[in-house]
Design a protein. Structure first.
Length: 190
């Protein structure tokens, strides 16, 4: 905003074409109002184009600042047409704020509904799932024990073959056999 402190104080009548054009713009159904800092400085848009900005100040009386195309116009005193323009901007902004608040509440209701609409399992389904898990655990234990049993059988066959290669005095070499058995049991991937 440019500040024109040297701008002449001139009384603009209610039939001022600039103010009338601003009133026409704010009354357009497609117009929407923003107040970025919630400080009473309303910017009026249609689509993405900003048409004007209005601010009301109470320093030593009422003063309205209207910014159009980066040019600030200052109006002093009580002006019914400017009061109406400011009121319309405030009203449109309040309506938009209520709409945003309603949209937020609707979103929260949808999220709450999603949480409560989850399907819960019936007791029969819960029991069925428990039995499937229990059966899977039993099958896993059976597979592991089968693999260990096969390994033990393979090791026993290799030990028997090794015992046949030993001399007749078997008792002397029993410790060597036990050592060989242990090494085969701890060997991986054989």
């Amino acid at each position: 905003m440019t500040d024109n402190d040297n701008f002449e104080k001139k009384e603009i009548q209610s039939d001022d074409p600039m103010i009338q054009k601003c009133l026409d713009i704010i009354r357009n159904k497609k117009a929407w109002v923003e107040d970025l800092c919630d400080n009473g400085i309303y910017s009026v848009y249609i689509g993405r184009k900003k048409y004007f900005q209005i601010q009301r100040c109470y320093n030593n009386g009422t003063k309205y600042n209207i910014n159009i195309n980066y040019q600030t116009y200052k109006f002093y005193g009580s002006r019914p047409d400017l009061e109406e323009l400011y009121r319309l901007c405030n009203s449109k902004y309040a309506d938009k704020s209520k709409e945003r608040q309603q949209n937020a509440l609707d979103f929260l209701r949808i999220e709450e509904r999603k949480k409560t609409d989850r399907k819960h399992l019936t007791p029969g389904q819960q029991i069925g799932i428990a039995f499937m898990l229990w059966g899977s655990i039993i099958i896993a234990i059976g597979i592991i024990s089968y693999v260990e049993n096969k390994k033990t059988q393979r090791v026993n066959k290799q030990v028997e073959a090794y015992e046949k290669t030993l001399p007749a005095d078997y008792l002397e070499y029993k410790q060597a056999v036990e050592h060989y058995r242990d090494s085969l049991m701890h060997a991986k991937g054989r």
